[in-house]
Design a protein around this ligand. Structure first.
Ligand code: NDP
Length: 315
């Protein structure tokens, strides 16, 4: 079974495994499919799972964790690192703690290891897209973060952080936070390298987690610009690796952690085999020159509202 390196994050006792299994699929995979994939991932060595209220995968992950404990695949819940996220329809101070408790109930857990604000925006109601413009409003950063801090102080979550926050949002958050965010989960891969944001986060002691590390191949929000790329394929071939492994290894060498999704037994195992070899300086140089294109946008989820477009432009 693969051994995955871990990292101790600021303010969080349990080290976080540097690669986690993502659980987002669209349309959401049914409960049994996701549960089976998580159990398979645990057998392969994954101990870190990334979910969100919005993915509809919390229940399946919770069932898989319960089953893994029953089967003895893991000795204790404490052996797992579980991340979930506060959806934008709950980013109002009065809704945060209840939303966190709802996620815990979905997951059948007493705590999660990491709780993230999913996007720096608020939807006044829970609606399916297209979202009417009047329902999209700016995040009450202070009010919401105070409630995130309360979730931690109540023991509902061990660590708190953010997702899809630009340098501007992080500046604002750091100026008011009593507990600074442990991490920022953002889109990052060889085609969206996030240099500026990573430099900023490093300076401020905020860890970066890369989502869509493979460009979200074959999903509604992604394409094959990574897995179909000749430069990456040409790097992979002579060293006996796959294009996916080159992309994941590159991320690891940048000092970030990774949330990557595969529900396929072979591919999820392949994605863990990135820790005992390295890319050459020439390979790194070629990757640094790849054209940059952002894949994931909030506008594709909520619609092209001015505030939403502003958030996308900043990221
Ligand atoms: P990824 O970049 O991880 O790509 C997933 C896709 O790549 C799936 O179609 C998967 O198919 C395929 N794949 C995985 N491994 C391989 C491989 N070795 N070779 C070929 N194809 C492969 O995309 P995601 O967008 O899913 O990102 C990962 C996770 O990050 C999400 O599941 C979610 O947990 C998180 N995320 C967070 C966001 C946020 O706003 N915070 C936004 C988006 C994602 P298959 O399953 O068939 O192998």
């Amino acid at each position: 079974m693969a051994v995955i390196p871990s990292l101790k994050l600021r303010g969080v006792d349990k080290p976080m495994p540097l690669i986690g299994m993502g659980t987002a699929s669209f349309p959401p995979a049914d409960l049994e499919t996701t549960k089976a994939a998580v159990l398979e991932a645990i057998k392969a060595g994954y101990r870190h799972f990334d979910t969100a209220f919005a993915y509809g995968s919390e229940k399946a992950l919770g069932e898989a964790v319960a089953e893994a404990l029953r089967l003895g695949l893991v000795q204790s819940r404490d052996d797992l690192f579980i991340t979930t996220k506060l959806w934008v329809s709950f980013t109002e101070p009065s809704k945060v703690v209840a939303a966190c408790e709802m996620s815990l109930q979905n997951l059948q857990l007493e705590y999660v290891d990491m709780y993230l604000i999913h996007w720096p925006v608020t939807l006044t109601e829970m609606v399916r897209p297209p979202v009417p413009a009047e329902m999209v409003k700016a995040l009450d950063m202070r009010g919401v973060w105070e409630r995130m801090e309360e979730c931690k102080n109540l023991g509902l979550v061990k660590g708190i952080g953010v997702s899809n926050f630009s340098c501007k949002h992080l500046e604002q958050l750091l100026s008011i936070a009593k507990i600074p965010p442990a991490l920022n989960q953002v889109e990052m891969n060889p085609f969206w390298q996030q240099k500026k944001l990573r430099d900023f986060c490093k300076e401020k002691g905020i860890h970066v987690t890369a989502y869509s590390p493979l460009g979200a191949n074959n999903t509604k929000w992604g394409d094959n610009r990574i897995l179909g790329n000749d430069v990456l394929a040409d790097i992979a071939k002579p060293i006996g690796k796959t294009t996916a492994q080159v992309a994941l290894r590159w991320l690891y060498e940048q000092g970030v952690s990774i949330a990557s999704k595969s529900f396929n037994k072979e591919r999820m195992r392949q994605n863990l085999e990135i820790f005992d070899w390295c890319l050459s300086d020439q390979d790194l140089d070629k990757i640094s020159q790849l054209p940059q294109t952002k894949g994931v946008t909030l506008a594709s989820v909520l619609g092209p509202h001015p505030l939403v477009l502003e958030i996308d432009a900043d990221l």
